[in-house]
Design a binder for this molecule. Structure first.
Ligand SMILES: [Ca+2]
Ligand SMILES: [Ca+2]
Ligand SMILES: [Ca+2]
Length: 211
């Protein structure tokens, strides 16, 4: 069994064995908490990588239909969330995202998005397509994406426009993300076009952008 499976009770594994996958769900973090070393020491996020809890669950996220729980990954004041994997990883990885922005998710063979680019996938603007809130939330459409690559990777740059993209269920060891996208709730959909962070957060911080 790989070492990272024993790193933290916050991780879950499916299934166990040589090709076991590990999925980071961001459940257990508080709203707008720095993810940092929450999954350390094996998985460490760059400064400004924040947990975002759905507004309907008491947080400030303009989200719905999260692939796991009510919490996801966002960045508000930096251009991306960089994840360093201390012992490196192979095989590929996967994730879900919802974006009102375009951008790239890029895999590198050194820490802090350094070294050689091993793989890359574009994200598209799809956040509110064919979905409804749960009961509210404009970022209700989640797309499963995977990146395959050769070699040993050590970091991932999760890009996109700050406050306009959210990620969840980052899975290692598989190009198919863990968990699944729940059916969109058959409830009224909020007006489209808002940024990701809603409610009190939007009023409190002048530097949080929204459309
Ligand atoms: Ca919601
Ligand atoms: Ca939700
Ligand atoms: Ca989650």
């Amino acid at each position: 069994m790989k070492k990272f499976l024993m790193a933290s009770v916050a991780l879950f594994a499916l299934p166990s064995g040589a090709n076991a996958a590990v999925t980071l769900t961001f459940e257990g973090l508080t709203n707008l908490q720095e993810v940092g070393s929450f999954y350390g020491p094996d998985y460490v996020f760059s400064q400004g990588s924040l947990a975002l809890i759905d507004f309907d669950a008491g947080g400030s996220g303009n989200t719905a239909n999260e692939p796991s729980g009510q919490t996801s990954l966002v960045f508000l004041n930096v251009n991306s969330a960089i994840l360093n994997v201390t012992n490196g990883f192979t095989t590929g990885f996967s994730f879900f995202y919802s974006a009102n922005s375009t951008g790239f998710v890029s895999v590198y063979d050194d820490f802090n998005a350094g070294g050689n680019l091993l793989g890359q996938i574009a994200i598209v603007n799809q956040y509110n397509q064919n979905c409804a809130g749960d009961p509210s939330g404009s970022y209700c459409n989640w797309t499963a994406s995977g990146v395959a690559f050769g070699g040993l990777a050590k970091s991932i740059d999760f890009g996109g426009t700050a406050n306009f993209v959210v990620y969840d269920n980052i899975t290692f060891g598989s190009v198919n993300p863990g968990g699944g996208v729940p059916e969109p709730a058959a409830w009224a959909m909020m007006l489209a076009g808002f940024g990701l962070v809603g409610g009190a957060m939007r009023r409190r911080q002048a530097n949080v952008s929204f459309a």
